[in-house]
Design a protein around this ligand. Structure first.
Ligand SMILES: C[S@@+](CC[C@H](N)C(=O)[O-])C[C@H]1O[C@@H](n2cnc3c(N)ncnc32)[C@H](O)[C@@H]1O
Length: 309
């Protein structure tokens, strides 16, 4: 990990969601639950609430008994609430198993607790790093024969992944032929880039979250400066931390030096177009069943299914 930070000048975002970082994410997730208007992924909640009926109609799984929700990158589980509300109110005889899959045991624990207490949906917690490859060995054990499963990758987490194509292929290779995957992603609206960057600066909690891995090494915010920029070529928001002095990171297995004035990328968040999404899905072996966007085109929900040959 340390040598890659020194070489690639990136601190992978996935290390932010452990311990105090998990608590920070839970605070962000809670604050948006009751928020209206702007804020991280509020549009996703609105879209899921509006489209829950069409999503379940499109899946068409018989009676929704014994079907599993596989929550990839689960966070605290709250993005699923609109779908769980819909099932409880409109399909009261459905029986849902909730299987979160995440790199962080703290997030897995929080999501399982919230969903089991709020919706009586019980399942298994599954620890996995999506960068490591497919996780069919986990999902195969969670499936029930003859029942489809819905995989979810919500909260624009997909846009934070280091390799978008590889991530989709890993997910497809972990799914059964009748399963579906629902993604929530942010879209690019060219005239609104300036406003979007200003909004990032307002969310101080996000800097605290992204700084968590450095904090584990004893670094402080005051050791440098945060910057949020938009990389037009890659169509992504980038968050960098630039040390204002030389900083040393050390673990039992190695050490690294962060040079004064050399930015380290703490996160990226890709903003998609519908065309780019369509290309990514077909290259990774998915067909698109449904794509629905928010009124202002800032957010998209995409329902896809593996292509079987
Ligand atoms: C931005 S949070 C989003 C959580 C949730 N989907 C939401 O919208 O509230 C990202 C989640 O993905 C998990 N995650 C990030 N990178 C991962 C990876 N490489 N493998 C597995 N989980 C990962 C984190 O632990 C965290 O729970």
């Amino acid at each position: 990990m340390l040598s890659s930070i020194e070489k690639s000048r990136m601190m992978p975002t996935k290390y932010a969601y452990f311990g105090i970082g998990a608590k920070r994410w839970i605070n962000i997730a809670r604050s948006r639950l009751n928020a209206s208007g702007k804020g991280i992924n509020i549009l996703e909640r609105v879209l899921l609430t509006q489209k829950a009926g069409s999503i379940f109609d499109a899946l068409g799984f018989y009676g929704y008994r014994n079907f599993s929700l596989m929550d990839l990158g689960c966070g605290d589980g709250s993005p699923l609430y609109p779908l769980l509300h819909y099932l409880r109110n409109e399909l009261p005889k459905s029986g849902v198993r909730y299987n979160p899959i995440d790199i962080s045991p703290d997030m897995l624990h929080a999501a399982s607790k919230n969903v089991s207490e709020g919706f009586s949906a019980f399942g298994k917690q599954n620890k996995w790093d999506f960068d490591k490859g497919p996780f069919r060995h986990l999902t195969k054990k969670l499936e029930k024969p003859r029942f489809g499963n819905l995989y979810l990758f919500l909260g624009s987490t997909f846009g934070n992944m280091p390799d978008l194509h590889r991530t989709l292929v890993n997910i497809r290779e972990s799914m059964g032929a009748n399963d579906y995957l629902l993604l929530g992603v942010e879209q690019i609206v060219p005239g609104e880039i300036g406003g979007m960057l200003r909004d990032y600066y307002k969310i101080r909690d996000v800097f605290d979250l992204l700084f968590t891995p450095f904090q584990f090494f004893g670094l402080r915010h005051s050791d440098g400066e945060f910057r949020v920029t938009f990389n037009r070529e890659k169509s992504q928001v980038e968050v960098h931390f630039t040390p204002d002095k030389e900083l040393r990171l050390q673990t039992l297995s190695g050490k690294a030096t962060l040079k004064k004035g050399k930015p380290i990328m703490l996160a990226r968040s890709v903003k998609f177009t519908s065309e780019r999404l369509a290309g990514l899905f077909s290259e990774a072996g998915f067909r698109t069943e449904m794509l629905t966007t928010s009124r202002d085109n800032n957010y998209a929900l995409v329902l896809v299914q593996p292509v079987t040959l």
